[in-house]
Write a protein that binds this ligand. Structure first.
Ligand SMILES: *[C@@H]1O[C@H](CO)[C@@H](O)[C@H](O)[C@H]1NC(C)=O
Ligand SMILES: *[C@@H]1O[C@H](CO)[C@@H](O)[C@H](O)[C@H]1NC(C)=O
Ligand SMILES: *[C@@H]1O[C@H](CO)[C@@H](O)[C@H](O)[C@H]1NC(C)=O
Ligand SMILES: *[C@@H]1O[C@H](CO)[C@@H](O)[C@H](O)[C@H]1NC(C)=O
Ligand SMILES: *[C@@H]1O[C@H](CO)[C@@H](O)[C@H](O)[C@H]1NC(C)=O
Ligand SMILES: *[C@@H]1O[C@H](CO)[C@@H](O)[C@H](O)[C@H]1NC(C)=O
Ligand SMILES: *[C@@H]1O[C@H](CO)[C@@H](O)[C@H](O)[C@H]1NC(C)=O
Ligand SMILES: *[C@@H]1O[C@H](CO)[C@@H](O)[C@H](O)[C@H]1NC(C)=O
Ligand SMILES: *[C@@H]1O[C@H](CO)[C@@H](O)[C@H](O)[C@H]1NC(C)=O
Ligand SMILES: *[C@@H]1O[C@H](CO)[C@@H](O)[C@H](O)[C@H]1NC(C)=O
Ligand SMILES: *[C@@H]1O[C@H](CO)[C@@H](O)[C@H](O)[C@H]1NC(C)=O
Length: 553
């Protein structure tokens, strides 16, 4: 008996040490090792090769248009593992993952090395919250859930980020309610799966007028709709700077009373010589009252020079550490974790009331509802008489433009797109504003078609729309069907479930077109609302405005 149980115990310990890392929990405003209650600090490095950058004349550093999932590339991961161990990191941050790929080999070897994962759930192009036309929609929720599901089995996921640098200016603070809603829904989903992973957001460093309010907004009101951890991408300590003449003292001052764990989700100014002496400050007594560590940027070479810690050979077979790597390694090696306050004295996390909107911070405290796949599919399936039938696989590039066109046409006839519109400043969210962009576009096309008495010419949009012969028989039938979908749907906030694989609605007359993504980061919606005359339409009849679904909402 004794030998058997000892053997079993050894097996369990072996399995645990190979596959399982200690759960990191939040208590008060700090992170703790739940096994022994010691404070945990992120000593990390950004770990993702840069994807192809788009062309954006207005942006000195254009957004990527694709990505390479580093956790699915087992050979590169094995190549880099010795370096990550030498560097002494306990976490890597990864900016995009692909749920359809296998991550077992890399993730398990990172776990074996005691390395946690901070995983951003978004993807380039149409897989991110759109800072220009912000909305929290079914396609994003589904993408985030798919990505979470691909990592639920791993014990070393420290955090899932719901966004990176979505808000970059006071005007873009209207996106904050959508970030907060994403945190709320992702947290509910993780808890429903018994996941202890933390929910995070990474903010660009910005003006104090909105940087603090944004952080406070994303951690206010209640645990249910707040982040677990706030990350700041910060480059305010360069080269031979000292703590006192860096930006750190005022940062510490600004976040002295912050209520949740706070860390640098990126640090490491690229001014040579890159000494990384800020590490001693970040993990030293001046900052650990506010900070729970940081993630150095970054492991790989990037378009902007001077950030990389290794050179990758042209055949990809070797990764050679540079002098910056050596400096960071020495600084990390010198770090000891300050273990105060203890977990028991950290208390529970407080959630203050939310900051009210002002001239520099526009976010309404009324959050958008949980995106509802079933409702969008029900309405699309039962009430669309005119649907988007793209003639290109590059739909991301045209959907926004076509929504602008359709809404412009509706406005010209005294109608509007309120049903699909979301406003983070007024806190008003149309009934279908959380549907994916293609469904929103089909709604607008149907609205225009119905408004024009089902004149066939009003369901063309230059060949992008097709009459749905399997759709509702009349506008009254469309309205009744939509209303019954709405009546059956849960409203407001609920725990999302795994994405339902509802096939897209296509016109019965037309075969469906498969799509692949491309275009610019913010292409989910076009910025320009095109004038109506761009459309080759001959609208001859303007019927009296319909009642009910298509105009009243
Ligand atoms: C957590 O505490 C246990 C027990 O002291 C220790 O073995 C483990 O290394 C710690 N994990 C981390 C990530 O600090
Ligand atoms: C994910 O990987 C699959 C399989 O290689 C590929 O077809 C798909 O395009 C990838 N998705 C993204 C968004 O890169
Ligand atoms: C997670 O583990 C379960 C049970 O072992 C397995 O069925 C599932 O495929 C795993 N998921 C992934 C993404 O590996
Ligand atoms: C979560 O944990 C509870 C309590 O242990 C258990 O009843 C439930 O089945 C678990 N849920 C999942 C999705 O594993
Ligand atoms: C802590 O702050 C003091 C006063 O600003 C400064 O002199 C010292 O260098 C700082 N120490 C570290 C490790 O940053
Ligand atoms: C890395 O590449 C840069 C630019 O090509 C070069 O200047 C530098 O010497 C290389 N460093 C190492 C350690 O190979
Ligand atoms: C590491 O810490 C020791 C003792 O505080 C100090 O003497 C040494 O200079 C530090 N090394 C680096 C690279 O900062
Ligand atoms: C659409 O409605 C038809 C008839 O009610 C039903 O058979 C079909 O499954 C529905 N499709 C979707 C995607 O909900
Ligand atoms: C579809 O809409 C786009 C964007 O307005 C336009 O460029 C294109 O010509 C339209 N027609 C077809 C068949 O793609
Ligand atoms: C992005 O657009 C592509 C092509 O239209 C589509 O297949 C994909 O599902 C979209 N992704 C998201 C998250 O909306
Ligand atoms: C998709 O369309 C956008 C905008 O027109 C363009 O910049 C991009 O190159 C296109 N992508 C592909 C793969 O054609």
């Amino acid at each position: 008996m004794r030998s058997l149980s000892t053997y079993s115990l050894l097996c369990l310990l072996f399995v645990a040490s190979v596959f399982s890392l200690d759960t990191i929990t939040r208590a008060g405003r700090y992170l703790y090792n739940s096994t022994d209650g010691s404070r945990f600090y992120i000593k990390g490095v950004a770990y993702q090769e840069e994807g192809t950058l788009g062309s954006d004349a207005a942006n000195s550093l254009p957004e990527p248009t694709d990505f390479i999932d580093p956790l699915a590339d087992a050979p590169s991961c094995q190549r880099d593992l010795p370096n990550l161990k030498t560097l002494g990191v306990n976490a890597v941050r990864v900016y995009s993952v692909n749920a359809s790929l296998n991550h077992d080999a890399c993730v398990q070897s990172l776990a074996d090395a005691g390395i946690y994962l901070i995983i951003d759930l978004s993807q380039p192009v149409n897989g991110s919250l759109n800072r220009d036309f912000p909305a929290w929609t079914t396609n994003l929720l589904d993408l985030y859930i798919e990505n979470i599901n691909a990592f639920l089995n791993y014990s070393n996921v420290l955090a899932f980020n719901v966004g990176n640098e979505v808000v970059t200016s006071p005007a873009e603070t209207v996106a904050a309610p959508f970030i907060k809603a994403a945190a709320r829904d992702i947290k509910a989903y993780l808890r429903s799966k018994n996941s202890t992973a933390l929910v995070g957001y990474s903010s660009i460093d910005g003006d104090q007028s909105w940087r603090g309010p944004l952080a406070n907004f994303l951690s206010c009101d209640s645990d249910a709709d707040s982040l677990d951890i706030f990350g700041l991408n910060n480059y305010e300590y360069c080269s031979t700077a000292t703590y006192s003449n860096s930006g750190y003292p005022s940062l510490v001052q600004d976040f002295t009373n912050y209520n949740i764990p706070f860390y640098f989700s990126e640090f490491g100014c690229n001014v040579e010589p890159r000494l990384f002496t800020e590490v001693a400050s970040i993990f030293g007594p001046n900052m650990t009252g506010v900070f729970s560590g940081g993630v150095a940027f970054g492991y790989f070479q990037a378009t902007v020079p001077g950030f990389n810690l290794v050179n990758i050979s042209s055949d990809g077979s070797t990764a050679t550490p540079n002098s910056d790597f050596n400096n960071l390694q020495q600084q990390f090696a010198n770090v000891t974790f300050n273990n105060t306050p203890s977990e028991s004295s950290a208390g529970s996390t407080s959630f203050p009331s939310c900051p009210q909107p002002n001239a520099a911070f526009l976010a309404s405290t009324t959050l958008p509802p949980t995106p509802n796949d079933e409702l969008c599919a029900c309405v699309a399936n039962s009430s669309f008489s005119c649907v988007f039938t793209p003639q290109t696989t590059n739909t991301t590039a045209i959907i926004g433009e076509l929504i602008g066109i359709a809404c412009g046409l509706l406005a010209n006839q005294g109608s509007n797109c309120d049903v699909i519109s979301a406003s983070g400043s007024s806190g008003t969210y149309g009934e279908l504003s959380f549907c994916d962009p293609g469904t929103q576009l089909s709604w607008a096309m149907t609205a225009f078609y119905e408004l024009n008495g089902r004149n066939p010419a009003s369901c063309s949009f230059s060949g992008n729309a097709t009459i749905n012969t399997a759709g509702p028989s009349s506008s009254a039938a469309a309205e009744a069907a939509a209303n019954s979908c709405l009546a059956a749907a849960p409203t407001g906030t609920f725990t999302p479930t795994a994405a339902s694989s509802v096939p897209p609605v296509t016109a019965a007359a037309t075969s469906s077109t498969s799509s692949s993504s491309s275009g610019s980061k913010n292409a989910g919606f076009s910025k320009s609302h095109q004038p109506a005359e761009l459309i080759a339409l001959s609208v001859v009849t303007i019927v009296a405005a319909l009642g009910g679904f298509w105009t009243v909402f």
